[in-house]
Ligand binder design. Structure first.
Ligand SMILES: [Zn+2]
Length: 404
């Protein structure tokens, strides 16, 4: 019988069509592909999201979700992403990260890190004109309703890029420094009877609570209405072993110049006028208090700082993406350019990922109404706390991939 089986097997082999002339791989058409969102708002909750992938020809595909962290996986047969960069996809800033690449013989994989729990409401392939398109509709669900694919471990094998295999996440032993701006003789910006120093302190204390509830250790640069020099704020954070330094502000700019939450990262070369104004104003109070920040680093120290920054700057940028995608998800109004560079002295520290978050601008009526609205503040606290823990997991996963 075994001989017969062998003959049948051989016959089958001989009868099967000769290896076809390799069909040209389908290509993604990046310009006609996008991630979009609809609905949602800070009172209504996360928006729906739609992923549209336009291809040069129809291909088999599959779509599923995995957890820890929450991701949408789209596997595509014979698709060549060629030189298209995932982060250039229209709407890529709606989510913390998108990656794609070759994954296994004949298959490519797209990984969309989601900023919260979703379900796949529908997925379909339209083969008609003008070009085939895969559409995936995502609907937000609660944590309890989130149903990732059970065999996630298998699904995660062979992902195209690092940071896709987080090992034992995460927040254990994580220390985050919260830096409520201003304080003491420096009230910061003022408008409508509110002061920036008070608003951001209140926010920071709420955020500390939310982070501690998530198992994160929080170091505060100030816990009351006292003045702390900028350099001391960084030193405090460093001594606490903070993995992230987050400065909180709610500044004022001339009417019409700024509204909506804005994330600032260190960039001494930034030529944005408003950002320069803000950064300058934030060194001035130190000078008033007798602290001189000028001339602290000579050329050698400068070079060392640049070297250290090659590690921390991408991590700060990644944190900014986590923040903006969580804010977009939860309907928090953001500045038209939500991530900007500025030479804020408090972001100078090269050895710690750091960011300065303008929660909003106290000079903008709508922003000020939000900042003083307990509902909005509670929502924003959740957004920032989730961004911090999401980033910390991602950051730890990337670090462990680098070590291997
Ligand atoms: Zn400020």
């Amino acid at each position: 019988m075994r001989g017969l089986a062998l003959i049948i097997a051989l016959l089958t082999l001989m009868l099967s069509p000769p290896p076809a002339v390799a069909q040209e791989a389908a290509r993604l058409v990046p310009g006609a592909s996008a991630l979009t969102s609809s609905g949602g708002g800070w009172l209504r909750g996360p928006p729906d999201m739609q992923l549209r992938l336009t291809l040069t020809r129809a291909v088999p595909y599959r779509v599923f979700l995995v957890g820890d962290p929450i991701r949408l996986i789209v596997d595509l047969k014979d698709v060549d992403f060629a030189n298209a960069k995932a982060q250039d996809l229209f709407g890529a800033d709606l989510v913390p990260a998108i990656r794609w690449g070759h994954y296994r013989r004949g298959w490519s994989r797209m990984v969309v890190e989601l900023p919260g729990p979703y379900r796949v409401a529908s997925a379909g392939l339209r083969t008609g004109a003008p070009q085939p398109q895969i559409t995936v509709a995502l609907e937000p669900v609660s944590e309890a309703e989130f149903a990732p694919r059970p065999s996630a471990a298998t699904a995660l094998r062979d992902l195209p890029a690092p940071a896709d295999l987080p090992e034992a996440p995460i927040t254990e032993g994580l220390v985050v420094a919260l830096d409520p701006g201003h304080g003491g003789f420096d009230p910061g910006a003022q408008a409508g009877g509110e002061t920036e120093a008070d608003l951001v302190l209140e926010f920071a204390l709420d955020l500390r609570k939310a982070l501690e509830a998530r198992g994160v250790n929080v170091a505060m640069t100030r816990e009351d209405d006292s003045f702390v020099a900028l350099e001391d704020r960084m030193t405090l954070a460093r001594e606490a072993g903070a993995r992230l330094f987050l400065s909180l502000h709610a500044d004022a700019l001339p009417k019409g110049q700024a509204a909506g939450a804005t994330v600032y990262l260190w960039n001494p070369a930034s030529d944005n006028r408003a950002a320069r104004q803000l950064a300058m104003r934030h060194g001035r109070d130190d000078l008033l208090a007798g602290v001189d920040l000028a001339g602290q680093d000579d050329a050698l120290a400068g070079a060392l700082m640049d070297f250290a920054r090659t590690d921390t700057q991408p991590r700060s940028e990644n944190f900014a993406r986590w923040l903006t995608s969580r804010m977009a998800l939860m309907g928090i109004g953001m500045h038209g350019r939500p991530v900007q560079g500025a030479a804020f002295a408090v972001l100078k520290s090269p050895d710690m990922p750091s960011a300065l978050l303008e929660l909003g601008f106290i000079s903008d009526d709508a922003d000020r109404a939000n900042l003083t609205n307990p509902l909005w503040r509670a929502r924003m606290v959740e957004v920032v706390a989730d961004a911090i823990t999401g980033w910390a997991r991602d950051d730890a996963a990337r670090a462990s991939m680098l070590r291997h």
